[in-house]
Write a new protein. Sequence first.
Length: 231
Amino acid sequence: MRKLEKNTRRYFVNLFADYILSKFDKKENTIIQITDCETFVVVNGQTTSDKELDLSDLKYDFIKEFEDLFTSLGIKDINVIDIIKYEQSIDDLSKAWVRVNKSFQIEEEEPFTEISISSEFPYGYSLGCGRGIYYYGHYIFNQMYSLLGVDNLMFYYNSEIDEEEDHKIKIVSDSRIPNKTIKDLVLDVFDMNVKEFSECLTNYNLIEDITKPDDPKPYLAQDRLKDIILI
């Protein structure tokens, strides 16, 4: 997850995406993407929900709640173009590659200049639309970095089962431990039930990924350390 510099346009678009997402029931599958074109803001998205938001009212609540951000950016109002589609058919994401890092908030160089700036995954994405998989990958490997001796790796989650009744996951890392051995250890310790894992996050406000980046995160709990044993 990119470390966001507060009081920047990039911070603004990702915060607004998660703010709008927070207005939908967590049981709904929703994707919201914000694009800041300076003179106007495009709110693109799709959701399984039939509850339509009034972005004209919601934007004023957002401005009021984050008044300091708007003051720092010199913005008094935002012109919103709403192109959210409701009652869409969106299944839970069943497979995805994610990069997991020992430092959950990573620093990346900012582009020299951008005409428009868009929000980025996982901000604006509900748990069923890949965010749950992303969190689950970090949950797993946050308990294994010391053993593996690496700071990051690629993890492929797949809900499908192979002929040996194991999930078809993949792991790519630079660890001295073979990828297959890491995979076997992961499958021995973790059940790959992302849906059940996501249900444990129902009391976590996703927007706190941005507003409280240094607070303890439930998806970074190290509650399986005693089970991480490699012989």
